[in-house]
Design a protein around this ligand. Structure first.
Ligand SMILES: Cc1ncc(COP(=O)(O)O)c(C=O)c1O
Length: 427
């Protein structure tokens, strides 16, 4: 089922017209489709079923409690990168044992809190962090499970800001250093360091970087086994591709077809940390056109959403398909590609009201003619959308709505001016 699609020239989210949602909840508005969230989670679970993986939804990608609850009901565990995210997972109904706690700079206070809460696995990123975790666990009289984040020096061919598995990146430690650290910690009674954690970047739109990464991890596991160090957990992280232009990423089954045979029979607990592949295509951002104008070289469409609601175009030059909510049957789009060729389209820059030239959603994009008050949908905005929103320019953050068939539920109310100044007023 396509959760977002055009019927008679009108955009629908499941069985709700997007125009009616904008009318009821206002704009800018994040709209999530429950069916899409559930289906992408279920598809990943089914594709990798032979490995019985723990699928730890990456909270950073879409952290609304209602979304987390929904995924928890589907069997999700959680990948958290802060105590705030750990608390969200627990509030969403996850036992702490089903939370993996990652992050390159966990403070001692955060480690202590995570230990008290009973977090299931720490993904450790450096020798110094391992020492801090050891000291904290010893002081608390606990034994914890940990995976060491290994930087395999594999190029995932993503934007430089989202490549994480190359030697020049700050994440994890290299294979040689990892080998030494595993050997040195073999006898540790407080940190059971028996896992390897990897996350090479995002989105990884080809299967090969994962295959290469798994190969390096298995080689490390075999070398360690020869030294008497047993590894029982492999966490392959996230980065699985999502649909931004229809055909930019292989289906999850293609990743599984390549990876499952490599890991089958290895007797490893397998963890994944998908975010984008579950949430991106499950959300759109709705906005309304405010004004239009033209310079000598450009036509601008100014909308009521901005980089404060969706920063990905400004931050990564990321592509999002944009299209009117009510384009009429003549302008029903055949794909999500930027090079759609239909008579009557106009090349425009779609920009927000924030005082930055980086405040744009698309540049020189061919769109059907737009007029003030028209609604525009920004597709594939469910991951790294609302979670990266800011209040810059004192703009209250948008509302979030979850749609299930023909019902819509507000899952985060629109912020108000009072929300903007509350922490300043109370001091
Ligand atoms: C360690 C780790 N795991 C998982 C993810 C989730 O990645 P994605 O949303 O691309 O699946 C990230 C993203 O930055 C990450 O850094």
């Amino acid at each position: 089922m396509a959760s977002f699609g055009y019927r008679n020239g009108e955009l629908y989210c499941e069985d709700m017209s997007a125009a009616s949602l904008a009318q009821r909840f206002g704009t800018p508005l994040y709209v999530y489709a429950r069916g899409a969230l559930e289906q992408s989670f279920d598809r990943m679970a089914a594709a990798f079923a032979a490995l019985s993986p723990k699928i730890c939804f990456s909270i950073k990608s879409c952290s609304n409690l209602h979304v987390l609850r929904l995924l928890r009901q589907r069997g999700a565990a959680f990948d958290a990168v802060s105590i705030g995210e750990v608390r969200r997972a627990i509030e969403a109904g996850a036992p702490a044992a089903d939370i993996v706690f990652a992050g390159v700079g966990k403070t001692r206070a955060e480690i202590d809190t995570a230990l008290q809460l009973g977090v299931g696995c720490f993904n450790v990123e450096s020798a110094e962090e391992l020492a801090a975790l050891r000291a904290a666990a010893a002081q608390a009289g606990l034994t914890v499970r940990a995976a060491l984040r290994v930087n395999p020096d594999v190029d995932a061919h993503t934007h430089p800001y989202t490549t994480t598995g190359k030697d020049e990146n700050k994440f994890g430690i290299n294979l040689a250093a990892a080998r030494d650290l595993f050997a040195a910690h073999r006898q540790d009674t407080h940190v059971r360091l028996t896992g390897i954690h990897l996350h090479i970047g995002s989105p990884v739109n080809t299967v090969e970087p994962y295959v290469e990464t798994v190969g390096r991890a298995l080689q490390l596991i075999d070398e360690l086994a020869a030294q008497g160090v047993a590894i029982d957990l492999l966490n392959l992280g996230g980065g699985w591709g999502a649909c931004y232009q229809d055909d930019d990423a292989p289906p999850i089954e293609a990743y599984a077809d390549a990876i499952v045979p490599l890991l089958a029979g290895r007797n490893l607990d397998v963890h994944f940390e998908p975010g984008r592949s579950i949430a991106a295509d499950a959300g759109v951002l709705l906005a309304r056109v405010v004004y239009r104008k033209a310079s000598r070289s450009r036509r601008f469409v100014i909308v009521d959403t901005a980089m404060t609601d969706l920063i990905r175009p400004a931050l990564y030059d990321a592509y999002h398909f944009l299209w009117p909510v009510s384009p009429g049957a003549a302008f029903t789009p055949a794909s999500r590609r930027a090079d759609l060729d239909m008579p009557g389209l106009e090349a425009v820059d779609v920009v927000g009201p924030v005082c930055e030239s980086s405040d744009f959603l698309a540049k020189q994009r061919c769109l059907p003619p737009l007029a003030p008050d028209d609604l525009l949908a920004v597709f594939s905005a469910g991951a790294y959308g609302f979670v990266m929103a800011s209040q810059y320019n004192s703009r209250p953050r948008a509302a979030e709505v979850l749609v299930h068939r023909d019902e819509a539920r507000l899952i985060r109310r629109r912020e108000t001016y009072d929300d903007l100044v509350a922490a300043e007023r109370e001091v």
